[in-house]
Design a protein around this ligand. Structure first.
Ligand SMILES: *Cc1c(COP(=O)(O)O)cnc(C)c1O
Length: 369
């Protein structure tokens, strides 16, 4: 908390240096490994839509021109695909940006924002950056506990962040439970439904939040193009009531979504074939990988996303850290998740068939060693 009063150089305002910076997963293997399988960032193993690649190429010749500051055509394409009013959509430089803007807009210093025990880590960073106080709620069976969240609401609570499904657990809250959460919140508390993995969820009792947002003044849904093939383009969006769109637009960077992102995004969201192919690939290999891991005696948190959380045995020789070293040396880059409260687990993105089979083969040998 304390900062040395220092007149000799600029000092960040109180609280900034208490923030623990986000540490992304590794993306490189040690020298000498010729084939690297990056399974640490939940990217699409099928890559970007070929139509998005083509669209990005075409923009290249016009990079001197500022993008449309409201990303109108991208909002219209999103609206068309999801059956929404484009006026209720804001696009952003990844959904991370919109999460940060929400915290800045709705939290005053000292206000509380609720997050769950194993929640996606950027929420905490943005809450603290806005001067807010993160209130972390225990999960039950690695899933958000709605009653516990409701019990933690105080007069200082301004936002509840719910990743549904959550990263890195991959668990989800069925929609009737999300409705119960919303119904139990005071009307001045904003419910942020982060549906970054919505495309991948194949469950009848799941809903990303479109219906709820359409009928409430205090709920928003955030989405991303990152997990479906455009992580590098940085495209996120939010569906929100008009009064929230209006407030966010006042502080949003005027050209926050770049020209390449706009064109690649429009092409990608219209390419339903690529989305469907990606989702089908995920369904097949999510099931296969979960079964194989369980067959190896490892516990897997049941996931509906495009990744699995794998828990390792207690013996030191076969710990998550040891497995990570073993896999990395063979070119398989998974995600350590100690910072998320899982010191003995690894998160693995669903990869190509070759990557998935390779990891299982390597782990089979590792666990016998
Ligand atoms: C990946 C992820 C995001 C954000 O990704 P962007 O690339 O910034 O759009 C948001 N929420 C969760 C839960 C995620 O896993």
């Amino acid at each position: 908390m304390t900062q040395t009063p220092d007149k000799a150089r600029p000092a960040p305002r109180a609280g900034i240096l208490d923030i623990e910076a986000y540490v992304p997963g590794k993306s490189a293997a040690p020298a000498g490994v010729d084939r690297v399988y990056k399974l640490s960032a939940n990217e699409n193993p099928l890559g970007p839509s070929p139509k998005a690649i083509e669209a990005a190429r075409e923009v290249a010749a016009k990079l001197d021109v500022y993008p449309d500051g409201t990303a109108r055509r991208l909002r219209e394409a999103i609206a068309e695909v999801h059956g929404l009013n484009p006026a209720n959509i804001i696009c952003s430089n990844g959904s991370d940006e919109i999460l940060g803007l929400l915290a800045q807009t709705y939290l005053a210093p000292g206000d509380e924002a609720i997050i769950t025990e194993h929640a996606f880590m950027v929420y905490k960073i943005y809450i603290q950056a806005a001067g807010g106080v993160p209130v972390t709620i225990k999960e039950t069976d690695e899933r958000a506990d709605i009653d516990a969240i409701l019990a933690a609401v105080t007069p200082r609570t301004k936002i509840v962040f719910l990743a549904n499904p959550n990263n890195p657990t991959g668990t989800y809250v069925p929609f009737h439970e999300v409705r119960r959460l919303h119904a139990g919140l005071p009307k001045n508390v904003l419910l942020v439904l982060d549906a970054a993995y919505a495309e991948y969820v194949r469950r009848n009792d799941y809903e990303a939040g479109i219906e709820l947002v359409g009928s409430a003044e205090n709920a928003v849904m955030t989405r991303t193009f990152s997990k479906i093939g455009l992580g590098g383009a940085r495209i996120g969006w939010m569906y929100a009531p008009a009064h929230i769109v209006d407030a966010i637009n006042r502080i949003r960077g005027p050209f926050n979504v770049n020209a390449t992102a706009i064109e690649a995004g429009i092409a990608a969201i219209r390419d339903r074939v690529h989305v469907e192919r990606s989702v089908r690939h995920n369904e097949t290999w999510l099931t296969w990988l979960s079964e194989q891991m369980i067959g190896l005696g490892l516990r897997v948190t049941p996931s509906v996303g495009n990744f699995i959380l794998v828990h390792f045995p207690d013996d030191k020789k076969h710990s998550a850290a040891a497995a990570d070293d073993y896999l990395t040396a063979r070119g398989y880059i998974l995600r350590r998740v100690s910072g998320y409260g899982f010191p003995n687990a690894l998160r693995m993105s669903i990869g190509t068939e070759e990557a998935n089979r390779g990891v299982i083969a390597a782990l089979t040998t590792f666990l016998k060693s």
